[in-house]
Each structure stands twice: as structure tokens, then as C-alpha cells.
Write a protein that binds this ligand. Structure first.
Ligand code: ME8
Length: 660
């Protein structure tokens, strides 16, 4: 149990581009930071949680021109949408920065000038490949198939007078930061950055532009505006008052504890931001947590797909907390997470309606039915209590650790393991049988008390993740404010023995899966039609006469079906035969996010030694199955080579890397 007594804690989301409406991808990072901020406040930290919008740049200027309004009028409207979404999602940010705010503008001008005066910014001419949507220049070697490595869109040649930020003086320190410290999470990404960007020689960064006006003017050369990253990244310090008088929190909160971003902007936060801070002689942030993308039909959820999975629409149907829970539970740090309505609805049903919801409603209903709502004083402990109590009181320490590691899916998994344990406890103790015999009432009261205490602990910890619904749980279990303080979560016995419960509404109603999917599909196809670009001709039509024939009897599937299969690299950490089987080997795999077990039918073709240490292709989203007593979580790919079976081995690919 951590108690922080006012210790400072500073967490930030990226500042989002208000070039289109916020979507579920933005919700992920923001809900994740919000949950951490709330958790840290519960632990007693003095938290600063910053979010905001990154409002300058060519793309916004273009969009505003298209809409026939000024860039400021354009962003004002969208910023309102971000703010109302955050309100709707119950995001408890302490500060919202807009890069068009005067204090930020003045501070960025000062930072730019300081860097120039120190000799880290110089004037040159930029020639290169430029991705307009990402506002990024790329070197030839960084392009993927000639296209932008971040978004996959075409790049154009660009050339203009520009100021540059010298990166090379910081290369060595940054390499050390990435490889020798805990700055970047997950660490597996460090190698990729070092190999792709640092080893080939860090290119200087273009930091001003003359070809558009919607930016912060460079004070000493007014035809230039500050270009993207010095403006955007500085927000993390200007919002605290660095370089301005608007706030006075820089000394209190800097360096940040966590910057959270997705992998699209990892490079800027892992390399450029530390370099800027080094150049300014400022301390570096403690951690950069990089998560993957929420994808839909295999594509990154982005503005064009935004209305297909509109967070307001989902929230209206299931409640903001259910959405928060689903996205936080699905995304493992570092890996992508494919958004599917079906998985979301099933998860809401399984974890929230059947798991937590049922636990609360059953317990409260039994307390009302058997004791009129108020438990009697006299109680008696018995079998199964110790295990439940041990698991419930150990939970906060586990959640603390996962929150500190920004592994929120694991924190939620741990909490729901205790929910499952409590539901099992009901089956083990059979309160309905105890209720038949008056002499068992003391035991029955004890069972219900233990359940209420477990619900109290679980819901207190969950309130950081699902802040709207947990107060409804507290109301039902008769817990007042003091009973749901974080520092009561590692002990049993906080609720009064004679607690009174209050039956209330069902917190998470069960969803009729089939009906709901039907309705959602209708909504989605309407949204897709509305946002559809002219349809591409089917691939088969484009093929010349040499098009490959598919083998007979093999169904053709669409890319959307293939994309449902999640393939990733996984390293075999250990391997052993399965006792009851001649065919199966039990593999322990590192899938980039943690360990998992897979049973594979290759015992006749490989010895454990031949497999241990190798990296293989894992189908990581197969439903778990129990094979000869081993729970198998996925499948590894192998080729059928006639009489032989050959596992597909990968070389130099980090566990967790997606394969498609
Ligand atoms: O990059 N899945 O703004 P942005 C998960 N202004 N997270 C996603 C996501 C998805 N499909 N799509 C977006 C910018 N995000 C710059 C940042 S910071 C100094 C400047 C989230 O509007 C995720 O956090 O493109 C990602 O890094 C961020 O939104 C990008 O937001």
C-alpha cells in the first residue's frame, strides 16, 4: 500500500490536433491518464493532469480555408467537442492547454530564441520528403515503400528556407536514456528507435516554416513560423508556467512522472523532446509510456474512421464507464488492440453485467431478503473466508504496481480476478442453503459481510477507472466516504458489522448480443456510407490475366476477416512435454506484453531444446482452450511439409511485433 502524503505527480496526454472530431483513439490515452491521475489522487498525491489541443499547422490552416473560416474559429469549434467529450467521459484534467493560448505562444517564442542564442538552432534550407497530414519530413531511408512511415500516405518533395534544431550533440545521451534507463516503456521499442534513428546519425530537425502562416511567429525572423514540434512539445512545460507568468507550477511539478502517447508520436517524445530539454538544460521527464493503436478492420482508428466508432454514440448506448473499462481492459501496453463491437459487448456482459454487476446485486439482494437489509451483529467465520480475504486485501498492492507501470489492462484484470473469486465464494458458501436453517444465520451474516467488504475494496480501486458508476455501488453496499478511502483497501473490517444495504438499480444491464450487434451494424454501415470515399475497384478486377487461381474448396475471405486474426512475434521462454499427451508440447511464450502458455501439437517433430529461445508466429487472439489439462492461449504457426511439420521461426523480430 502506497501513501503519498501530498507527493507531486504530473501526468500528461498528448495535445491532440483539433483538425477533426475526437474519436475513440483519443479516448484511450485520455481515459488511461485520467485513471492513473485519479488513482494517484486516491493514494494521496498532489496531481497535475494535463491535456489539451495542438492547434497550429498547415493542415489546420487548409481545413479552415476549406471551411471558409479563420483557423482560430475552426479550432475553437472542435476544441469545444474535445472538451465536451472529456466531460462526458468524466475526465478529471486539472489543466487544459491550447497552443493558441497567449501565454504558450509567448513562452514558445522565448524557448525558440533561447535555443537559437545557445547555437542549437541555425538557418538552412530544407529539401526532403514531406508528409502533409503528419506534418513530418522524412529521410529517404525512413520511408516505407516510398510512403510516410507513420501513416502510410504519399509524401511530396519539399524545399524551403528553414531553421533547424541540431540533434547530433544529444545523440549519445539519448541513446543511453533509451537503452540504459527506464524512460521508455515498453523498453522493447528502444532498440527500434536506436537502430532506425540514432545509429544512422540523428538528422537535424526542421523547426520553422515559411510556406504557411498559421503558427507561432519566430520573433527575430517574422516570415518564419515555429513548426510543429517545438510548439507542441513545449506545452508540457509552458502549461506549468515555464517561460510565462500565467502559472507558477513549473518548480513544483516538473519533471513529469509520465507522458503517455501512442506509437505514432513515440519518436518525437523519445528523441526530440529529450534533446530539446537537454538543450535547454532542463531535467528530463521520468517516463514515456507508449501504447499501441486501437484499430478497426485492421486500420488505425483515426479521424476518417472516427464516426464509425463514435465515442458519444457508444457512451449513450452502454455508459461512459463501460466504454472506459472496455478500452482500458483491451489494450496491453505496447501492443495494438483491434476494436470490435462484439468483443466490447461480450466484455461488458461478462465482466461488468455478470461479474461485478451480479456480485453486487446478488449480495445486496441476499442481505435484504435474509436480514431485511441490515446485517445482525453476531457473526461467525468459516471455510473459504481466509482465501477470499487474503486475495481482496492483497489487491491494492498489485494494482499499485500495475498503475505505476502504466499497465492498466493488468490492473483491471487483477481487480476482476477478485470479483470472480468473490462470485466463486458465493457458490462455495451457498448462502441460500445457510438461510434455510436459523442456526446458520451467524455464518450467513458473515458470508454476506465478507462479500460486502470485498465489493467495497474492489469498487474503491475501480473508482479510478470507472468513476461514474462506483458511487452507485457504494450507495448500495452502505459504504460512506470514509469507507471507500484508498488506505482502507488493504484491510477487512471497515464497513460496520451491522451495515445496512440499499437495493438500487442494476449498474450494468446485460446486453442482448445479437440484437445489439444487428443495430450497431446498421449504424456503422450508415456512418460508413456517409464517410465513404469513392469505392476502389475490387482487387481482382485490377489483376492481369496471370491472376492466381485459388485452390478448389477454399473460401475467399475479405481483408476484414483476415484482419480479425492477430498475429505477432513471440519468444519461446520454456518448453516441456504435456504429460497426458504424445503430441502436445507446453510452451511458455513472451508475447511482448507478458507471458502466456500455448499447447502445440508438435511433440513428434521437435524436442523442447530445439524450440526454447526461438521466436515464432503466434495467433494471439484465439479463444483459450484446455488441451490435456493445459490451458492454451493461442496457437503457433507451422507449415505442413508432407511427412514433416516445420514451425515458422523468426529472426531479429522483437516479441509483440505485429505480423500482417
Ligand atoms: O499527434 N489508438 O495529435 P493527434 C490509440 N498533436 N490512440 C490513438 C489513436 C488510436 N487509433 N489515434 C489517436 C498529435 N490516438 C500531436 C501530438 S503531443 C506534444 C502532440 C491518440 O490528434 C494517441 O495518444 O494525432 C496518439 O499518440 C494521439 O492520439 C495522437 O493525436
Amino acid at each position: 500500500m502506497q501513501k503519498h502524503n501530498g507527493e507531486k505527480y504530473y501526468i500528461t496526454t498528448p495535445i491532440y490536433y483539433p483538425s477533426g472530431n475526437p474519436h475513440i483513439g483519443h479516448c484511450y490515452t485520455t481515459a488511461a491518464c485520467d485513471s492513473i491521475a485519479r488513482y494517484k489522487r486516491m493514494q494521496g498525491c498532489d496531481v497535475m493532469f494535463l491535456t489539451g489541443t495542438d492547434e497550429h499547422g498547415q493542415k489546420i490552416e487548409q481545413k479552415a480555408n476549406e471551411a471558409g473560416v479563420t483557423p482560430k474559429a475552426y479550432v475553437d469549434k472542435i476544441v469545444e467537442k474535445f472538451k465536451s467529450l472529456w466531460q462526458y467521459m468524466n475526465i478529471s484534467y486539472d489543466r487544459y492547454i491550447r497552443t493558441t493560448d497567449d501565454y504558450h505562444v509567448a513562452a514558445v517564442q522565448k524557448i525558440f530564441k533561447d535555443l537559437y542564442d545557445k547555437g542549437y538552432i541555425y538557418k538552412g534550407e530544407y529539401k526532403g520528403k514531406y508528409c502533409t497530414p503528419c506534418e513530418s519530413f522524412w529521410t529517404e531511408s525512413q520511408l516505407v515503400d516510398g510512403k510516410c512511415p507513420d501513416c502510410g500516405r504519399p509524401v511530396v518533395e519539399a524545399k524551403e528556407e528553414a531553421y533547424f534544431f541540431k540533434m547530433s550533440p544529444f545523440a549519445e545521451r539519448i541513446e543511453k536514456l533509451l537503452t540504459e534507463t527506464d524512460y521508455l516503456r515498453p523498453k522493447t521499442r528502444a532498440l527500434e528507435l536506436v537502430n532506425n534513428f540514432i545509429k544512422p546519425g540523428l538528422a537535424d530537425l526542421c523547426v520553422s516554416r515559411t510556406s504557411f502562416r498559421w503558427g507561432i511567429p519566430v520573433t527575430f525572423d517574422e516570415k518564419h513560423v515555429v513548426y510543429v514540434w517545438i510548439d507542441a512539445l513545449s506545452n508540457y512545460i509552458t502549461a506549468l508556467g515555464y517561460g510565462n507568468d500565467r502559472y507558477n507550477d513549473y518548480d513544483t511539478f516538473w519533471p513529469a512522472d509520465v507522458h503517455m502517447v501512442a506509437k505514432d508520436i513515440m519518436r518525437f517524445h523519445a528523441i526530440i523532446w529529450p534533446a530539446m530539454l537537454m538543450a535547454l538544460d532542463l531535467p528530463l521527464p521520468k517516463h514515456l509510456a507508449v501504447h499501441g493503436w486501437i484499430t478497426f478492420d485492421g486500420k488505425k482508428m483515426g479521424k476518417s474512421l472516427g464516426n464509425v466508432v463514435d465515442p458519444f454514440m457508444l457512451g449513450e448506448r452502454y455508459g461512459a464507464d463501460a466504454i472506459r473499462y472496455h478500452i482500458l481492459r483491451e489494450m496491453a501496453l505496447g501492443a495494438d488492440s483491434s476494436f470490435s463491437n462484439e468483443i466490447m459487448i461480450n466484455r461488458i456482459n461478462t465482466d461488468l453485467a455478470n461479474g461485478l454487476g451480479n456480485l453486487v446485486s446478488r449480495t445486496v439482494a441476499m442481505a435484504e431478503k435474509y436480514f431485511g437489509g441490515t446485517l445482525p451483529e453476531q457473526q461467525q467465520s468459516g471455510d473459504f473466508d481466509d482465501d477470499l480475504i487474503a486475495q481482496a486485501t492483497a489487491l491494492s498492492a498489485i494494482v499499485d504496481e500495475y498503475v505505476d507501470k502504466t499497465q492498466l489492462n493488468k490492473a483491471l484484470e487483477a481487480i476482476f480476478n477478485v470479483v470472480a473469486r468473490a462470485n466463486k465464494y458465493i457458490d462455495e458458501t451457498t448462502p441460500w442453503i445457510l438461510a434455510k436453517d436459523e442456526s446458520s444465520y451467524p455464518r450467513l451474516a458473515c458470508v454476506l459481510y465478507n462479500l460486502l467488504e470485498t465489493i467495497r475494496i474492489v469498487s474503491t480501486l475501480l473508482s479510478a477507472f470507472m468513476p461514474s458508476t462506483m458511487p452507485m455501488v457504494w450507495e448500495q453496499i452502505g459504504a460512506d466516504k470514509d469507507a471507500v478511502a484508498y488506505d482502507t483497501t488493504d484491510t477487512f473490517g471497515t464497513l460496520p458489522r451491522t451495515v445496512t444495504v440499499h437495493k438500487g438499480a442494476i449498474i450494468f444491464p446485460r446486453i442482448d448480443v445479437e440484437k445489439e450487434i444487428g443495430e450497431l451494424n446498421k449504424l456503422i454501415s450508415t456512418a460508413q456510407t456517409a464517410s465513404a470515399k469513392p469505392a476502389e475497384k475490387p482487387a481482382v478486377e485490377k489483376k492481369a490475366s496471370g491472376a492466381a487461381e485459388k485452390p478448389e474448396g477454399v473460401a475467399v475471405i475479405g481483408i476484414e476477416d483476415f484482419m480479425k486474426v492477430r498475429l505477432c512475434a513471440a519468444k519461446i521462454l520454456a518448453c516441456e512435454p504435456v504429460k497426458k499427451s504424445r503430441k502436445l508440447l507446453k510452451l511458455t511464450l513472451d508475447d511482448g506484453t507478458g507471458e502466456r502458455t500455448v499447447a502445440s501439437g508438435i511433440a513428434q517433430y521437435y524436442t523442447p531444446d530445439e524450440l526454447t529461445g526461438k521466436t515464432v508466429v503466434l495467433v494471439s487472439n484465439l479463444k483459450p482452450a484446455v488441451l490435456c489439462g493445459v490451458e492454451s492461449n493461442g496457437m503457433i504457426l507451422a507449415a505442413d511439409a508432407g511427412d514433416d511439420v516445420k514451425v515458422i521461426f523468426l529472426e531479429d523480430i522483437a516479441p509483440g511485433s505485429l505480423i500482417r
